[in-house]
Design a binder for this molecule. Structure first.
Ligand code: KIV
Length: 270
């Protein structure tokens, strides 16, 4: 058993506690993880949410996009991460084309929940699908703004919601996801002002990545902030290894920077 997972007196975070953090204005820290070792380290440091992101397609598998990731891959990595995490809330991504109908989504989401996830994340305003999953007792995290699974439709990894009509659509979709029962929302690569408005108006916690300081929490791809991996670090991320003695300190510095509103700075925002 992982050394961190052997302690027995730690209570797992629930969605209600994350909602309470938003209410009392405590920022929520989140990072991706894909294996037991990093999962245990994130948990030890106190990171609130671990996301088994389908970014593993690029980070772990070396693909150009997240599209080749399968539900089997996600279940495998979710099981690895779940083994070592004790306190952190665990979310797993539903990968490309695994939620094109509600029934397919429910079957695939069930697999991720059985692998240890407490919530599944899906991209876009899939309102009927979210409602169906929630009705089956499966907690859902929405994901709006830049949608990596739609990269070939969008054309490039660029900021979304800069035009008024696009921003209005994102706000409307965010409301609809909340209305459908989503318990969390990830906002990726949108102007800080738009993310601020959505975070203020929604009652569910909004976790930003490239979405400015005013979201209820922040998430980064772990390998980006540790400055390792095959892909170029995006502008909204930060190399936390620069001033850290080791990986554990870099993760701890990120966690503290999120809690104390020191990350993201203006240079990481749009
Ligand atoms: O797959 C992932 O890592 C994600 C984050 C970028 C939010 O969805």
């Amino acid at each position: 058993m992982n050394q961190y997972a052997s302690e027995s007196n730690v209570k797992r975070l629930s969605i209600n506690q994350l909602a309470a953090m938003k209410l009392r204005g405590e920022k929520i820290s989140s990072l991706t993880a894909y294996d037991a070792s990093f999962s245990g380290l994130l948990d030890k440091v106190g990171v609130d949410i671990i996301l088994v992101g389908d970014s593993l397609g690029m980070i772990i598998q070396g693909h150009d996009t997240t599209l080749p990731v399968t539900i089997k891959d996600m279940a495998y990595h979710t099981r690895c991460v779940a083994k070592a995490r004790r306190r952190a809330f665990l979310i797993a991504d539903l990968p490309f084309m695994t939620y094109h109908t509600s029934i397919v989504a429910a079957k695939n989401a069930a697999g991720l929940m059985q692998a240890g996830a407490q919530m599944v994340k899906l991209e876009g305003a899939r309102i009927d699908c979210v409602k169906f999953l929630v009705d089956q007792g499966i907690p859902v995290c929405g994901h709006l703004g830049l949608l990596p699974q739609s990269i070939h439709q969008v054309g490039s990894y660029k900021v979304q919601g800069k035009e008024h009509t696009d921003a209005t659509k994102i706000i409307d979709n965010a409301y609809q996801l909340q209305q459908a029962g989503a318990g969390l929302l990830v906002l990726e690569c949108v102007p800080a002002e738009l993310a601020r408005e959505i975070s203020m108006q929604l009652s569910i916690p909004v976790i930003g990545i490239g979405a400015g300081i005013d979201c209820d929490g922040q998430v980064l791809v772990l390998y980006d902030m540790l400055n390792i991996g095959v892909i170029k670090r995006p502008r909204f991320s930060k190399n936390f290894m620069l001033e850290a003695a080791d990986i554990e300190q870099a993760i701890s510095d990120y966690h503290q920077a999120v809690k104390q509103l020191q990350f993201p700075a203006a240079e990481h925002s749009f």
